[in-house]
Design a protein around this ligand. Structure first.
Ligand SMILES: [Zn+2]
Length: 328
């Protein structure tokens, strides 16, 4: 089995920083991995954790074969390793009762999660004696009290305790948290790398080009837009096509109604399906005025997807998109 860190691709800066730290034995106790979703931050975090808990590391890499190495690999839908010294924090990852709460965490990573998962263990040595690694997904969602609760541990962690904060919006973190971490930037993936990664997953060449066009350098976006290849958004896409082509308002209302029904994630997937369709039409009619029209519509859909990622409500984003599409 290959070490996780060896499978990180397209991030030369992060690779260099982590490999050097592991080779020199100077791993910082708190990193902030800064970059868009789906570019390898999480793989790098688990890779670093694996190197730290490995029984027979071949610096800078983990051996990939020992029991801790195997248990460091994230599994299941929640992508959590079964190694007890590698702990993942994320909003809503745990049942309220598991972290001593009554209500689910809807907005923030609560101080309860930090107390239960971090502070309760911070004073103890690692279960297996090597290292304790806390990985915080979407670290910008730490509530102020959660961030403050982390501060002291971040400042003077016990020997062998490490933190990796993952964030696409590092500036939303408390300055006091940021200043205690070493920032490592993760760039967007190149189209060539996405092409390779998708072909490794068996995605057909015809699909790859379209997926890459809408994925903005993120494997997560690429996979999401593949997922909606599955039936389900077909009627939504057809409806959207009719809505932009038709003079009557009826179809637009159908689309708006559907957007209202979807949650944010569903709305993003549905719009990715529409974006793909518009991109196809633009390509099919290349060098005609129609192609430009579809390309403009494609851009509008992309902007709407960005608005949803930025927390826009599906209903409002849908309404504004439709009125703009009808004006193109
Ligand atoms: Zn190992």
């Amino acid at each position: 089995m290959t070490a996780l860190l060896q499978t990180l691709q397209g991030q030369p800066v992060a690779t260099r920083v982590l490999e050097r730290a592991l080779s020199d034995g100077h791993v910082h106790h708190a990193y902030l991995f800064d970059g868009q979703p789906g570019v390898g931050k999480e793989l790098a975090a688990f890779g670093l954790a694996q190197s730290l808990v490995c029984e027979k590391p071949l610096a800078p890499f983990a051996c990939g074969e020992c029991s801790p190495c195997k248990r460091a690999v994230p599994r299941g839908e929640k992508r959590i390793p079964i190694h007890p010294d590698i702990v993942v924090l994320e909003r809503g990852l745990y049942e309220p009762a598991q972290i001593g709460r009554k209500s689910p965490e809807t907005q923030e990573i609560s101080v309860d999660q930090v107390r239960t998962l971090v502070l309760a263990r911070a004073a103890f040595r690692a279960h297996e004696g090597r290292a304790k690694v806390f990985i915080v997904r979407g670290a910008e969602e730490l509530s102020t009290s959660a961030a403050n609760a982390l501060l002291k541990t971040l400042e003077e962690p016990m020997q062998g305790t490490f933190f990796v904060l993952l964030s696409a919006q590092p500036d939303a973190l408390l300055a006091t948290i940021r200043s205690r971490t070493q920032r490592v930037r993760f760039g967007l993936l190149s189209d060539e790398l996405l092409e390779t990664l998708l072909s490794e997953r068996g995605v057909a060449a015809t699909d790859r080009a379209l997926v890459i066009a809408t994925s903005k350098g993120s494997m997560e976006n690429a996979l999401a837009s593949l997922k909606q290849d599955a039936p389900g958004y077909e009627s939504f896409v057809n409806c959207a096509l009719e809505a932009v082509s038709e003079t009557s308002f009826v179809r637009s209302l159908d689309v708006a109604e559907e957007m209202k029904r979807l949650n944010r994630e569903g709305a993003i997937e549905a719009l990715l399906a529409v974006a793909r369709q518009f991109a196809t039409l633009a390509k099919e009619q290349v060098d005609t005025p129609a192609s430009e029209l579809w390309a403009r519509r494609f851009q509008l859909v992309e902007q709407a997807i960005a608005a949803l990622h930025g927390n826009g409500s599906p209903q409002l984003v849908g309404e504004s998109l439709l009125s703009r599409l009808r004006r193109t």
